[in-house]
Structure formats: C-alpha cells, structure tokens
Design a protein around this ligand. Structure first.
Ligand SMILES: [Fe+2]
Ligand SMILES: [Fe+2]
Length: 167
C-alpha cells in the first residue's frame, strides 16, 4: 500500500499518519545511533552523537505526549524512507576502513537523517497549527529545534576537522 492509502481522507488523518511515521523513524534512529557512535573516532563527533542519542530518547517521549494530547494511541507505521537512509548509512559505514573517511561518512549519513526529520517536523507543525493543536505544535517545535541544532553541529564538525583531515 502506498503512502496515501484510502484511510487518509482528512488533514487529521494525514497528521496522525505522519506522526506515526516520525515516531517509527525516531525509534529506528535510536536503534542505529549506538553503532554510529561506536564507529566514530573524532571525539567531538562521538560526543555530539551521544548527546543527540539522549535528545532522541526525549523526542520519542514528546511524540508520545503528542499522541496522547491528540487522543490517539501511541503507535508507529513503517517508514521506508528512514529505513532506506539508515540501510545505506550502515552499508557505507561497514565498507570504509580509514577512520577519518569513516567519520566523514558518518557525518554525511547523520545529516541525511537530520534533514529527513526536519522536513517531517516542519510539515507536522504546520498541520498541527492548521488543526488548532498549538499544544502539539509546540512539542513538535522542540523536536524540530533539536534536529536543526544537531544538523548545524554536524556541519561545524565536518568543516572544522573531519573533511579537512580526510582530504
Ligand atoms: Fe529526532
Ligand atoms: Fe535527529
């Protein structure tokens, strides 16, 4: 079944579907981050991913709050997009031996994940507001702010160290 199944008729359905999608995505990210942390060498990168892992645990809790506020059971729905991004990251990471190149690959993969999250949260916030759920929107905004900060931090790490060393 495609993304726009016949169960999605109203804005509310689309909001709930996408909430389930990002809930699944955040949980997959939680599972994949420990390996990325283990494989990274740059201390700044390792520490940055570690703190984003803790943030991600909190983001999952905020999403659970959004489900509850909106009167929906907490549940995920398969998201082939995030599965693809994570599979590709794991593939590349398993093939790279040089540790500086590996760090660069991990940063690129993590940024692909952040950008995916940023688009999802952007849409969810707009839709929450449209549905009159400012309470949900403000929780989702906290997640979005963390994703944007994580993305910026990754760019800074890439620019300051890893890419220079790997060049
Ligand atoms: Fe996240
Ligand atoms: Fe993230």
């Amino acid at each position: 079944m495609g993304l726009f199944t016949k169960d999605i008729k109203k804005m509310d359905d689309l909001f709930v579907h996408t909430l389930r999608d990002i809930y699944y995505a955040e949980n997959q990210i939680l599972k994949s981050l420990p390996e990325m942390i283990e494989k990274s060498s740059d201390p700044q990168l390792k520490q940055g991913l570690q703190s984003h892992l803790r943030e991600t645990e909190n983001q999952v809790k905020r999403l659970e709050q959004v489900f509850r506020l909106h009167g929906q059971e907490v549940k995920g729905v398969d998201c082939p997009a995030i599965d693809g991004i994570i599979d590709e990251a794991e593939d590349i990471v398993s093939e790279v031996a040089d540790k500086d190149v590996l760090d660069a690959a991990i940063i690129a993969a993590a940024q692909a994940v952040e950008h995916y999250e940023i688009t999802r949260y952007g849409s969810l916030i707009a839709w929450a507001k449209r549905l009159g759920r400012n309470d949900c929107a403000s929780l989702l905004q906290q997640n979005l702010d963390e994703e944007k900060a994580a993305d910026k931090k990754l760019t800074a790490i890439a620019e300051s160290k890893v890419n220079r060393v790997a060049a």
